[in-house]
Design a protein around this ligand. Structure first.
Ligand code: ADP
Ligand code: MG
Length: 253
């Protein structure tokens, strides 16, 4: 059911790789022997029922969660707290969360500048970068505002700009629109659509199926800590009446 590992033909270059990865919280196995290869520039949508391990899967990519078995590599470097590679990995990997997580005491501009400045980018360069990315997410006019002066959709667009200011090679999104009022979902998806067109590698947990269909190279369906499907969107959509997908599509339809 799972598509063949695209790196196995020796042509495609793996950028992110899970090889036999398992993770437990205590005795509870949340990821079970995950094998997954993502090439540079691929756009991956992860979906599936609540509690299936989607957040844990992507949080493992940037070392927000540790894992017990197997190995995850990003750009050939193992993601490993024990080996101390996590800071190095996080320089390549940006993340956007469901609840924005902006610093409340900083303006939109300052939120975007703080990361680069902490990484020794000059104040001037950090400001230029912040203004460039705030413009890309159409938040230039709100650069001087604090998070509590912004709508949820605006805060999420700032969070996307903030992640991009660190010039990541891959962006992880964990249900970036699921905490938003319905009228704000579109503005965030528009920004993500444009980002997808830039060719950046993206892994996005979302249940926005029309967005998924438009941008995904592959859609990964998880259940019970396993990948049940890993297929292009046209295949997933053609199988929506099948097996475990049927239940799931019933809930999102
Ligand atoms: P999803 O994002 O698909 O809803 P998660 O990856 O958040 O799923 O969680 C998968 C399972 O792991 C759930 O059953 C959840 O309760 C459990 N879990 C997640 N985080 C923790 C944690 N820090 N401690 C214990 N169990 C956790
Ligand atoms: Mg989750």
């Amino acid at each position: 059911m799972t598509r063949a590992d695209p790196s196995s033909d020796g042509k495609a270059k793996a950028f992110i790789r899970f090889q036999g990865v398992s993770k437990r919280f205590g005795s509870f196995k949340v990821l079970k022997d995950i094998h997954l290869t993502i090439q540079s520039g691929e756009r991956i949508i992860v979906f599936g029922p609540s509690g299936s391990g989607k957040s844990t899967l992507i949080r493992c990519v940037n070392g927000l969660e540790d894992y017990q078995d197997g190995v995850i590599t990003v750009g050939g470097v193992p993601v490993s707290r024990a080996l101390g590679t996590v800071p190095q990995i996080r320089r390549k990997v940006g993340m956007v969360f469901q609840h924005f997580n902006l610093f409340p005491h900083m303006t939109a501009l300052e939120n975007c500048m703080v990361g680069p400045v902490a990484r020794s980018v000059t104040e001037k360069e950090a400001r230029n970068r912040a203004l460039e990315f705030l413009s890309r997410v159409r938040m230039t006019d709100h650069a001087a505002k604090y998070p509590n002066e912004l709508s949820g959709g605006q805060q999420q667009r700032v969070a996307i700009a903030r992640a991009l200011c660190l010039q990541p090679q891959v962006m992880l999104f964990d249900e970036p629109t699921s905490a938003l009022d319905p009228e704000m979902v579109g503005e965030v998806l528009n920004v993500m659509n444009e980002l997808a067109d830039t060719g950046i590698t993206m892994i996005c947990v979302t249940h926005e199926m029309s967005f998924a269909r438009r941008i995904a190279d592959r859609m990964i369906f998880m259940e019970g800590g396993k990948i049940l499907y890993d297929e292009p969107p046209e295949v997933i959509f053609s199988r929506r009446g099948e097996g475990r997908l049927v239940e799931f599509f019933e809930h999102v339809a």
